[in-house]
Design a protein around this ligand. Structure first.
Ligand SMILES: [Zn+2]
Length: 677
């Protein structure tokens, strides 16, 4: 199949409908512009959300506003210019088909047909619509020499589907009827979630089979790399992974990139040409785009730029010059170092566990009310990004490769299976470092509260706390660097517990509480009451276990940090990380807006520094137009190498190792340093 991924790609997301009149678009000119801006591969819309085709078909009507076979023209020009072309096919959305077969539409629990993404009609993959999808894809691939198939919109709308086809299928699978009023936290609800995962896996693997009967080409789908879906039982069938990076949500985009990087498959990420998202029709600034492209490349991924020219009216043309120039500049920069990304894998020795078990546990409606897995998890990502240490995001399957990591971090994981607990237990017993935050393995699979805590934590839960906020006080010197000597507030961290140490575990900080829970009748000043009394309960517990050790924050400081951005919680976390892993494979000394990654390939290591000026600290929404240069970044690494060279941008610059640190002067948006072995 050739190179599975190309690093510079495009997607013409041409879902424009018929309501605005005749289209003014020349696919040959468009493809020329793609080539000019450095793209190597283009995903080309063949069947859109309206249900229109942009190719000649006996099964789908050609959009009459187009009036000609765009795909044939684009393919012919792409061949001349050496560009690859993938067929984009919108799977679950099809307004025209939905109007002809309303009985095949996705249905919500009130029995209403579903509208998705503001305007579009969703079809159900358990209905006979699935047959139509197969026939159409088979026809398209049989008639056109495309280089790959790109599927979009292959998701059940949240809270669906209750159509008659799903109900019949569900009954066959589980032996009882699917009711419209199922409630979270029941077996029926968990079965329903599983049922949808199975149905989605089936239609996608069936499409792959259909496609492969015609052509041996890559088949990929949007969302195969989504951490929100996180369906490895399906995602792994995509020839490579893909999901979206929407500026300026760097936290979300980097989280997704890290998730895909650890899946052992190549990946590419799409980024809209537009401010925020599609339909803004206004482009992102050049520097914002460059920082997004570099954030993806920093994790070894490729980029596809996602865009639609104005299709009709006064401003209609086949491309928009500022947009083409924008992507051209970003891709010109990416090209200078992209060869080092191929066949790479992360060399980070710190990993954050993304617990699919806990995520599904919550989706099934179990656990304490108000807990949101992603808040805790993203708070952890946010802290780690400012720690100066490269890290990976792994799921439970990554724990069995424990020799890769010296340090594993757990963010509020209410449910962990006995197998996962065993893996964690042996990781630490064999010398690993574990940093655990918040509620951990507190329930069984069915949502029943467990009495004991995992042994490696060295902790014992006494009771639920009666107060909704607390303070960290009596902080031990070993974790107190740069933290003011006063009680540090923890709020908005979900359920709090009163926890004591067990065995030889040590307390590194105590719990301090306010005098009472603030109410109308009893309060002090605003919000909640001040720090008032020390307790016998622990906030931070340090436990030696076997050859390894754990640090346990009894309150969910990640979730609190996600909501409050408290610099003191962040410092405490950073100090704890340093205490258990004083010499990571790599760390940088730089302002917090710079984060490092390190990947490894045959030649050596590629260290990348990405500077995002601080907008990672959501909810601040900033589309950077300039990046403040960072005068100096020090890289301290244990990796062995012969030569260090800056390989990104204009020309190559050799770096001298100055007292065991590499000094980068005037780091801009991005710097890539190659360490040759
Ligand atoms: Zn259905």
């Amino acid at each position: 199949m050739g190179n599975l991924i190309e690093y510079r790609c495009g997607l013409i997301d041409f879902q424009v409908g018929r309501k605005h009149g005749k289209l003014n678009f020349d696919p040959a000119v468009y493809i020329e512009q793609c080539a000019k801006s450095g793209m190597k591969r283009v995903m080309f819309t063949c069947k859109d959300a309206y249900g229109d085709a942009y190719y000649t078909s006996d099964l789908v009507e050609l959009n009459p506003m187009a009036g000609k076979d765009y795909l044939a023209i684009a393919l012919s020009r792409a061949r001349e210019l050496g560009l690859e072309l993938y067929a984009y096919f919108n799977v679950f959305l099809d307004d025209i088909y939905a109007d002809e077969h309303p009985e095949h539409r996705m249905t919500d629990k009130e029995g209403n047909p579903v509208i998705s993404y503001d305007y579009y009609k969703s079809l159900c993959p358990n209905s006979p619509y699935a047959d139509a999808v197969h026939e159409r894809i088979a026809e398209l691939l049989f008639n056109y020499e495309v280089d790959g198939l790109f599927l979009d919109i292959t998701y059940f709308r949240g809270g669906t589907c209750f159509c008659e086809h799903c109900k019949r299928e569900f009954h066959e699978m589980y032996g009882y009827g699917l009711k419209n009023d199922i409630v979270p936290g029941t077996r029926e609800y968990a079965d329903f979630n599983e049922f949808k995962r199975v149905a989605r896996a089936r239609i996608l693997t069936d499409i792959i089979r259909t496609a492969r009967e015609i052509k041996d080409i890559p088949v990929i789908w949007n969302g195969s790399g989504s951490i929100y879906l996180a369906e490895p039982e399906t995602d792994g069938f995509s020839d490579y992974l893909t999901t979206e990076f929407h500026a300026p949500d760097y936290l979300d985009g980097i989280t997704r990139a890290k998730w895909m990087q650890s899946r052992k498959q190549d990946f590419i990420m799409s980024t809209p040409s537009e401010l925020g998202s599609w339909g803004d029709w206004t482009m992102v600034p050049e520097i914002t785009l460059k920082s997004v492209v570099c954030s993806i490349a920093a994790h070894g991924g490729g980029v596809y730029y996602n865009h639609t020219p104005y299709p009709s009216g006064k401003f209609a043309q086949s491309y928009i010059p500022p947009i083409t120039e924008n992507i051209g500049k970003a891709f010109e920069y990416l090209e200078t170092f992209e060869e080092h990304l191929r066949h790479s894998r992360s060399r980070a020795d710190t990993a954050l566990l993304f617990s699919i078990e806990s995520k599904r546990f919550r989706e099934n409606g179990y656990g304490s009310s108000g807990f949101e897995y992603f808040r805790s998890f993203k708070g952890a990502v946010k802290m780690l990004l400012s720690s100066g240490v490269p890290f990976d995001i792994i799921d439970e399957s990554g724990l069995s490769e424990k020799q890769r990591y010296t340090t594993i971090i757990l963010a509020g994981t209410p449910y962990l299976s006995p197998e996962t607990l065993l893996l964690l237990d042996s990781f630490i017993a064999e010398g690993g470092n574990l940093l655990v935050v918040g509620e951990t393995a507190a329930y069984d699979e069915k949502g029943k509260k467990l009495r004991t805590m995992p042994e490696f934590l060295g902790a014992e839960k006494i009771k639920d706390s009666e107060i909704s906020v607390e303070y960290i006080a009596g902080i031990h010197d070993s974790i107190g660097k740069s933290v003011p000597q006063m009680p540090i507030l923890i709020k908005e961290s979900g359920l709090l517990s009163d926890i004591k140490t067990k065995g030889s575990a040590k307390v590194l900080a105590n719990k301090c509480v306010p005098p009472f829970e603030a109410s109308l009748e009893r309060h002090v000043y605003h919000q909640h009451a001040h720090p008032f009394a020390m307790t016998e309960y622990a906030e931070v517990i340090h436990n030696s276990y076997g050859l390894g050790q754990s640090i346990f924050f009894t309150a969910d400081i990640f979730r609190s940090y996600h909501e409050t951005a408290s610099p003191w919680l962040n410092m405490l976390f950073k100090n704890c990380l340093e205490l258990i892993n004083p010499e990571p494979v790599l760390r940088i000394e730089a302002p917090e807006c710079v984060y490092p990654t390190v990947i490894e390939n045959e030649k050596g290591y590629l260290i990348q520094l990405v500077n995002i000026n601080g907008p990672i600290n959501e909810p601040l929404k900033v589309f950077p137009r300039t990046m403040l240069p960072v005068p100096e970044v020090k890289i301290i690494t244990k990796l062995a190498y012969n030569n260090a060279t800056i390989v990104s941008g204009d020309g190559q610059t050799k770096l001298l190792d100055d007292s065991n640190a590499l000094n980068i002067k005037n780091a801009g948006v991005h710097t890539a340093v190659l360490l040759e072995r």
